[in-house]
Write a protein that binds this ligand. Structure first.
Ligand code: NAP
Length: 264
């Protein structure tokens, strides 16, 4: 990213800039935001943080997000979710200028992705595809199974895998015989939020398994996959921490640069 950012800076004479917004002081969100700012610095990009009090009215948050949308110096806008209970995340996300939607969460970005058109893609699903590409995994015709159908991970991943010609199945809490469906997968992606749900019985020998889960437990951070068990069955498996998490941040940098390039 640093090489690509440097090339953009030389060509355009300006530095790509990410604006972040955090409402309240949730400790986990503060860590995520700090990591995103560190990554911007490492990539040679600028970042500007807007920390708002936990009791900031929804209308004030929307006003700030709209202001950033109109600010010529800002290329990307990231609102750290979830907000406090009195704020509807959809209302805030809908206020993001789609050209600066580096989290890919606005209805405009989601619609472009679902209809197979180019646009800004949510960072975690984009990171999953980047990991698979980097490892040379051939998605063409592969059986891909996703566990989880959130707007943040499962649904956009469905569109991305379909666009790469995988045969995609998406599972959720009502899926019958979850383990049986998962065992069909050449590539199995867990984005569930249930620590170590996916054990060896869910995995076809030789499958590639991507663990998106980040669950804080009494024993520390755990993925959705039982790593010791599944590593004995899968051909490849991402660790938690250290797998998809860093990719998510890297893709945020990539999206911010992409937004800056489109804006010129
Ligand atoms: P979410 O919005 O809570 O969605 C969870 C999905 O899993 C839902 O579709 C739910 O089904 C399904 N599910 C829950 N329990 C299930 C079960 N027992 N069997 C089958 N399906 C089940 O979560 P999310 O935002 O997508 O996040 C998922 C995980 O990824 C979390 O651990 C989160 O922390 C992590 N995450 C990591 C990153 C990263 O950068 N690494 C980024 C985002 C999220 P229903 O729809 O039927 O309720």
């Amino acid at each position: 990213m640093a090489v690509e950012v440097a090339a953009f800076v030389e060509k355009s004479g300006r530095i790509p800039t990410l604006a972040t917004v955090l409402i309240g002081a949730d400790p986990a969100s503060e860590i995520y935001i700090a990591n995103k700012h560190k990554a911007c610095e490492a990539a040679g990009m600028k970042s500007v943080h807007h920390g708002l009090a936990a009791d900031t009215p929804e209308a004030d948050v929307v006003a700030l997000v709209e202001e950033l949308g109109a600010d010529e110096s800002v290329d990307g806008i990231l609102v750290q979710l979830p907000p406090p209970d009195h704020i509807d995340p959809d209302v805030v996300v809908n206020a993001i200028n789609p050209a600066k939607d580096v989290d890919g969460l606005t209805p405009a970005s989601a619609g472009m992705l679902a209809s197979g058109r180019p646009g800004l893609v949510p960072c975690t699903p984009a990171g999953v595809i980047e990991l698979l590409d980097h490892e040379g995994f051939d998605l063409n015709g592969a059986e891909a199974v996703i566990v989880g159908r959130s707007n943040l991970v499962g649904r956009p991943l469905f569109s991305l895998l379909l666009a790469r010609n995988a045969t995609v199945t998406i599972c959720h809490s009502r899926t019958k015989d979850l383990a049986g469906v998962c065992r069909r997968a050449d590539v199995l992606i867990a984005a569930v939020g249930v620590p170590e749900l996916i054990d060896a019985g869910f995995v076809k020998p030789g499958a590639t398994v991507i663990d998106v889960g980040m669950n804080r437990t009494e024993d520390g951070l755990r993925g959705d996959v039982n790593f010791p068990e599944v590593s004995g069955v899968a051909a490849a498996l991402t660790p938690v921490p250290g797998g998809v998490g860093p990719m998510t941040i890297a893709m945020l940098m990539a999206n911010t640069l992409a937004a800056a390039i489109v804006r010129g």
